[in-house]
Design a binder for this molecule. Structure first.
Ligand SMILES: C[S@@+](CC[C@H](N)C(=O)[O-])C[C@H]1O[C@@H](n2cnc3c(N)ncnc32)[C@H](O)[C@@H]1O
Length: 224
């Protein structure tokens, strides 16, 4: 779903940085769909070793690069597209992770994370509580989190990006943002130049279907 949205916005000839890449499936996917190259970063050395092996096996090692690191702490290389697919919910300090990674986005910032409000938010909190309970019983230290989506949207908007596409898949909120000032996306530049009234209309459209917290976060960031 996320890759399809990215492809619609244009992946061809672009560079991609995937944080929390795991085994690198999405990175591999974007280069097969025309991205020039992709870099995957993950906390897990085991995952990175396997991702590198799979890239060689697929004959795409020259366009794929995998490294171990904490996306919230390391100096990230700037790329056209930054992707975090079900990663923010695996990290306790969402604000730090967003702040560090959004800087690296030349153009596009996309993520998948659980809804935090509405019925999807209730379902997400329940599912994650159950999963965390199972991990606790098994003695596994890893925990998942339901971070406030409105707050995250607000941070991204403050960094100068606006949401251009989004989708819902059960408990998952999928969103693609692009830099407002980016000239290679005339739609964004033209809409921005038209000013307040239209912005209000677009904001209403954008927030349709979002829970009140998510919508409020988007609106706050635009007006604040
Ligand atoms: C649920 S998995 C998702 C993996 C992959 N994106 C996917 O959808 O298949 C979350 C991954 O994010 C990684 N991760 C969590 N926080 C991270 C961080 N701050 N920096 C880099 N990787 C991180 C974890 O090690 C794990 O591999």
């Amino acid at each position: 779903m996320l890759v399809e949205l990215l492809e619609k916005r244009g992946l061809y000839g672009r560079t991609v940085l995937e944080l929390g890449c795991g085994l690198g499936g999405l990175s591999l996917d974007v280069v097969t769909r025309g991205a020039t190259m992709a870099t995957g970063v993950d906390l897990s050395p085991v995952a990175i070793r396997e991702a590198s092996r799979l890239a060689v096996e697929a004959g795409l090692a020259e366009r794929l690069d995998f490294l171990v690191g904490d996306g919230a702490r390391i100096d990230l290389p700037p790329r056209d597209v930054i992707v975090l697919d079900k990663v923010i919910c695996c990290y306790p300090e969402a604000d730090v992770l967003i702040q560090n990674s959004v800087r690296a986005a030349n153009s596009t910032y996309a993520f998948v994370l659980p809804f935090s409000s509405g019925w999807q938010g209730i379902l997400a909190r329940f599912a994650i509580r159950v999963e965390n309970g199972i991990r606790r019983v098994r003695g596994q230290p890893f925990r998942a989190y339901v971070h406030d989506v409105g707050r995250i949207e607000g941070r991204i908007a403050k960094a100068g990006l606006e949401r251009v596409a989004w989708a819902r898949r059960l408990i998952w909120y999928v969103a693609v943002h692009e830099r407002l000032s980016q000239e290679s996306h005339p739609a964004a530049a033209v809409a921005h130049a038209r000013g307040g009234r239209e912005l209000g209309g677009r904001l209403r459209h954008e927030t349709e279907g979002l829970g009140p917290t998510e919508a409020a976060g988007t609106a706050r960031a635009r007006t604040g």
